[in-house]
Every structure is written in structure tokens, then in C-alpha cells.
Ligand binder design. Structure first.
Ligand code: EPZ
Length: 428
């Protein structure tokens, strides 16, 4: 099992390339199932989750070739098995995104229930509710969702759907299914993340009729069929936000090439309040920080986009740990997303958790620093949080189980080394 060895105390300088967004590439690989014509995706990040999704669609009979420059060519004309099996779905929850496209194009789909993951139970009841609203008959048995159109139907039927809560992949699944449904679908209470807008732009390039993406009300007018397209995956705002927090904590002056400051307003506002300089520059974002205890800890609560993203909670908490003052962090989206806390405490952080709230007393107040230790990654963003803490801790930090990190970050240690961090991968 690979580990990362980090020697803390180095400031970061230079330029980092932000990769394509994991949470856009995954639904967009599924969107390619909606047509029998070739689809080309550009700027697809080199991630474990992308490899898993490619395995999933190849398993269905889809041809998918990935080039080293991030181009992926998909041809779903040969799709002959509209199934997403448990052994693949259990390793990546986003596999549920195959449900909508398969149902829309083939009128049937057998998709394993994803099961929970480290951060929460992660139900898919809203996906099922929405597909049923469009006429699908879905039974759940033996751990699988078995969906099909009613007898005599050739297409789903458009519907007005209000999900019980804002759900990112729920919105994506239903939007994809609606593109080929008969008539109009309106998604009320839709998620507004930039990855949803990016997916909508890809679907529109394929001939879909969609408006309102990026707002809480998306309207889709179904069409008979979709054609191929070439689409460039939007830059990963969470990777960019992670690097903003890393430079803020370690100190330095870095440009994040391709980073979109307009996708990170809530995070950038908090960084500025902490004392970090962040500005949009031509083609990216520039971040400058004196690092460590020159910063002031910032409280925040995670909410749906455009609020503070839950996927940035762990990374910003690492920053709060080394800043001055106290801060309260509330996690409102997932029920178990504080697993990085115990590991940060091993590094000397002062954090108290009470349910969905964590109170952090930054060590910067007492000029003491975090001290390096061996810590264990528990989930994707928790891993990033531990790397950030390791960059500023005294001595050596070893982050174990970094397969979690590899799911969602494209060569993180190489990118950090490229701006001066003392970090290396140890392959056990
Ligand atoms: C997406 O997960 C992201 N994953 C997550 O990123 C992200 O944390 C999350 O959205 C929230 O922003 C991808 O896009 C692949 P939700 P998703 O449905 O869609 C509840 C990362 O680190 N809910 O928006 O699964 C759910 O339990 C990952 O990159 C239901 O109850 O999240 C949660 O409490 C982690 N029933 C809330 O809604 C449903 O049918 C929001 O979940 C669906 C969701």
C-alpha cells in the first residue's frame, strides 16, 4: 500500500497545472452512453475513479480509449449489456450515473446499489424517485436497481420533479435521462454546481435542449436521439481549492494554471478573511501567503453550491489547525465527514467534535506547531487535509493508505514537488 513521506516547513513557489474535474468527467463519461455516435472528451484527469468508470462502461460493451494527453474517445454503438455490476459500483458510488443514460437509450438498466462509503450512507432514493416520475418501473432486489419502461413504452416521459434535497448526481442522472424523454422535464431544487453546468453544455453539444443549468430550476425538452460531440472537461475547482489551502498554510506564491476563481467564491472569501492574498489572473488564480500562524482561523458551514463546498471542508480545517484563534466548522451535507479530525489531532491539532460541528483552536495562537507523525487517510478529501498538515508540521509526516488520494487527485505529490514541497511516494 503506497504512502506519502512529507518533510514540513517548505514554502511553495511557482506554477501548478489544475487538471480536469473528477466530478465533471465521471458524469460526462456516462453521458457518452446516450448516443451511438463517437464522443471525444478532452482534459480528462488521470484518476483511479476515471479508470474505474472506463472499466464500467467497457464492461457494457462500450469502446473507450484513453490517450496520455487526457483525451478519451468513446464509442457506445456496441453497448450490449446495460448493467453496472456490484464489484465495480461498490468501489465508486458515481457508477450510479449510468442508470439515467441506460434507461433513456435502451429502456432498461440493471445497476447495483452503491452501498454506503466512509463519509455517509449515500442513499440513491432521489434518483429512483425521479426515474419513476418519468415512468420507469424500478424494483430493488438482491442489491440491484432493476429498471425498465412500462409495457408498450419506447421512451421515458417528461415530468416535473422536485427532489427532497439538493443532490448533485441525482440532478445529473435525471437531467441525462430527460434528454431523450418524450416532452418536457423540469427539475426543481436542482443542484447548481459548475460540474452540472459543464455536463449540460456537453449534452447541448450532443443535441439536447436544456436551459436553466447552474440555477435551481433546469428545464429539458426531450429529443428523439443525440449525436456525438467533442467536449473539454472543466477545470477541477476542488483540486484548485486544495492547492489554495496548501499554499495558504505552507506559505509562498503560486499560480494555479486553468484554475477558475469564479467557481470558488465561498472558499476564496474565507481565505482572504484568513489573511491570504488570492486573485484571478489571466488563465488562472494567484495565491500568496505568509503561511502558518500569520493566518486567522475562519469558521464556516458547508452548504450546496454556491455556498462553501463540503469537498473543501477537510482541507480548510487543516489550515485552521495551524492558524491563530478559534474557529467553528459545521458539516451540513454528510453525516460522517470528520474522520480527518482524529488524524489531525495525532499531528498535534486541537479540535473538539460535537456531532456535525468541530471547534478548532489554531496552534498558531501558542506559536507551537504541528509535529510530524504517521497518519492514515480515511477518504479522499481527508487524505488531502493530512497532506496539507504534513506540509507545515515539524519533521516527517507519513500519510498511509493514499489510494484514497489517488481516486481524486491527479499526481498530487508530483505537482507539490514541482512547487518546492519535500514530498515523495513510498511504494510499499
Ligand atoms: C457529489 O456526491 C460529489 N460526487 C461529492 O464529491 C460531493 O461531496 C457531493 O456531491 C456534495 O457536493 C460526485 O459528483 C461524483 P449528493 P453525491 O447526492 O451526488 C443525500 C468528492 O469528494 N442524498 O449531492 O453523491 C446525501 O446522503 C465527492 O469528490 C439522499 O439522501 O452527493 C447527502 O446527504 C465526495 N438521497 C446529500 O443528499 C439521494 O438520492 C447530498 O448528496 C441522493 C442524495
Amino acid at each position: 500500500m503506497d504512502k506519502l513521506l512529507i518533510r514540513g516547513g517548505r514554502a511553495l513557489h511557482g506554477e501548478v497545472l489544475v487538471s480536469g474535474a473528477k466530478n465533471a468527467a465521471l458524469p460526462e463519461l456516462c453521458a457518452a452512453l446516450l448516443t451511438a455516435e463517437p464522443v471525444t472528451l478532452l482534459n480528462v484527469p488521470q484518476l483511479q475513479d476515471v479508470s474505474t468508470m472506463l472499466k464500467l462502461i467497457r464492461n457494457m460493451g462500450v469502446a473507450a480509449e484513453r490517450a496520455s494527453d487526457g483525451t478519451v474517445r468513446i464509442d457506445a454503438s456496441g453497448l450490449n449489456t446495460p448493467e453496472a455490476p456490484y464489484e465495480l459500483v461498490k468501489t465508486m458510488r458515481a457508477s450510479v450515473l449510468a442508470l439515467g443514460p441506460l434507461l433513456a437509450r435502451f429502456g432498461e438498466a440493471t445497476v447495483s446499489l452503491p452501498g454506503g462509503c466512509a463519509i455517509g450512507s449515500r442513499p440513491v432514493d432521489q434518483h429512483i424517485k425521479g426515474m419513476a416520475a418519468m415512468g420507469a418501473e424500478i424494483v430493488v432486489e438482491h442489491g440491484y436497481m432493476i429498471a425498465k419502461l412500462p409495457q408498450g413504452w419506447t421512451r421515458l416521459k417528461g415530468a416535473r420533479i422536485t427532489t427532497d434535497m439538493v443532490t448533485v448526481t441525482g440532478t445529473e442522472n435525471l437531467m441525462m435521462a430527460a434528454t431523450l424523454a418524450e416532452g418536457e422535464t423540469v427539475l426543481e431544487n436542482a443542484a447548481q454546481e459548475p460540474e452540472i453546468s459543464d455536463l449540460a453544455e456537453m449534452l447541448i453539444a450532443m443535441g439536447a435542449h436544456i436551459e436553466g443549468h447552474g440555477t435551481s430550476r433546469i428545464r429539458i425538452e426531450g429529443v428523439e436521439r443525440l449525436h456525438g460531440c467533442t467536449h473539454r472537461v472543466v477545470a477541477d475547482r476542488i483540486e484548485a481549492g486544495t492547492f489554495l489551502c496548501a499554499v495558504a498554510a505552507a506559505g509562498g506564491d503560486v499560480v494555479l494554471r486553468h484554475g477558475r476563481a469564479d467557481h470558488l467564491d465561498a472558499v476564496i472569501d474565507k481565505l482572504r478573511e484568513a489573511g491570504v492574498q488570492v486573485q484571478a489572473v489571466e488563465g488562472g488564480i494567484r495565491v500568496q501567503s505568509a503561511g502558518g500562524n500569520t493566518l486567522k482561523a475562519q469558521g464556516f458551514r458547508t452548504t450546496e453550491y454556491p455556498g462553501f463546498p463540503t469537498d473543501m471542508q477537510a482541507q480548510f480545517m487543516a489550515l485552521n489547525c495551524i492558524a491563530q484563534g478559534m474557529a467553528t466548522v459545521a458539516e451540513t451535507i454528510f453525516e460522517n465527514r470528520f474522520m480527518h479530525v482524529n488524524e489531525l489531532v495525532r499531528l498535534g491539532a486541537k479540535i473538539q467534535v460535537d456531532g456535525k460541528v468541530a471547534v478548532i483552536e489554531g496552534v498558531g495562537s501558542t506559536t507551537s506547531r504541528l509535529s510530524g507523525a504517521t497518519v492514515m487517510a480515511t477518504d479522499l478529501r481527508a487524505s488531502a487535509s493530512l497532506v496539507i498538515a504534513g506540509l507545515v508540521a515539524d519533521g516527517e509526516t507519513v500519510v498511509d493508505r493514499i489510494y484514497h488520494l489517488d481516486r481524486g487527485y491527479d499526481c498530487m505529490e508530483a505537482k507539490l514537488r514541482g512547487i518546492g514541497a519535500d514530498i515523495e511516494r513510498i511504494t510499499a
